[in-house]
Design a protein around this ligand. Sequence first.
Ligand code: ADP
Length: 483
Amino acid sequence: MKVLSVASEVYPLIKTGGLADVAGALPSALAAHAVEMQVLLPGYKQVMAKLPNPVRLLEFDDLLGAQAAVLACRMDGVQYLVLDAPSLFDRDGGPYTDAAGADHPDNWKRFAALSRAAATIAEDGIDGWIPDIVHAHDWQAGLTPAYMKHGKAVATPTVMTVHNLAFQGQFGPDIFPDLGLPQSDFAMTGLEYYGDVSFLKGGLQMASAITTVSPTYAQEIRTPDFGMGLDGLINARADALHGIVNGIDTKVWDPGTDTMIAANYTHSKLKKRQPNREALAERFGFADTDGPVFTVVSRLTWQKGIDVLAEIVDDIVAMGGKLAVLGSGDQALESALQAAADRQHGHVGLVIGYDEALSHLMQAGGDVILVPSRFEPCGLTQLYGLRYGNVPVVARTGGLADTIIDANEAAIAARVATGFQFGPVTPDALREALRRAIRSFADPKVWARLQNQGMNADVSWDRSALRYASLYAELLASKSENP
Ligand code: ADP
């Protein structure tokens, strides 16, 4: 099966969050299931700088007004298709924002162009390669199924994966005429969303199948509390909805071989984690290496429950713990954490920014990875925590609920516990969960067992890659039944 995957970020070329990890890991994970996946992504400045010997395959004179080309490049066994459109992507800043952190005003055009290019590849192929299936990720690729509906790839099945329903790509109605879609698509049954244009809604309406990144989140988004205004549509398409939990790239995230950490170790050699704990303590300015080290690697936002964390920082220290936070996000939350780090010097450390290597060291040197999200489609940091013996304490929601087995008495007795769950996301419930973790940490045998059970949990892509491959096969089979 030939599958074109379309995403706005793909690790290791460009990453701001979990989407990049998933889009980056899928091609190799699916290769084991006879799926040949090529990945289309935008040629941001950072991406163009990383491409060895790109080959120019497709030219556009007018891709939503832009001069563009698709360049092919093979790296580590993955075939990347890079949309080189300098007027859209060759600029400073991140994939979505300028250097000052403001959204690029033409994001609608940048990502409509990505989707339009994907549809063109679906229609005409690229270098003789015509995809059997097109798999679009998040709102940035959301118009792909819409464009495909109106061309000769109308019968090619499409999959729309939602990595976070909170981001919908909503723009004013004035952009609609420039998208190059028929006026009839600006309707309730198309892209129209309360008078605006929603890229994600377009994808959800028109894709052959919808997936999201955990079974629990797939159910949650059918309710008003989690549906972000799209629960009605998602319920109407419930038959096409699938929850497939993310795996992780176990080669990139392997404490036995990781070159970004201070010392390698395995589940049977947990004492060898110690140099990582020491390196972490030094990096975050801890006074000593006593007590459990709680780690957070996260966007610092309301979704991630960082405001709740900020409220109990002093309690963590009072209970004998340390806290190391890496992330960036809302200014007010960054300031609240900075104030806590200043107040609790030697016990609380904060690094504001994005640092891939430090995120690895934190998983290797921390005792607990804390994920207090109010909602979490899947979450990856708790999976990295499992793999690295950094025991997860997570809110009971979405993919966090699906991937962590709470250390209640039954689970401890059955030797299956891998972490701690709590809810609701309040200071009291979080404090209580940390207390439970600290009690377990005080008993080295109990703690080592928790670490071991986590490290032996299957967090690979094996099972989920098979589910994607089966879904693709089903879509192709129903296409040939109803041509
Ligand atoms: P989301 O995609 O909602 O931000 P996920 O848990 O799915 O959350 O994925 C986050 C990914 O980004 C993980 O790979 C995590 O390690 C990484 N990450 C988040 N913040 C940082 C940071 N400040 N520095 C390095 N890596 C980070």
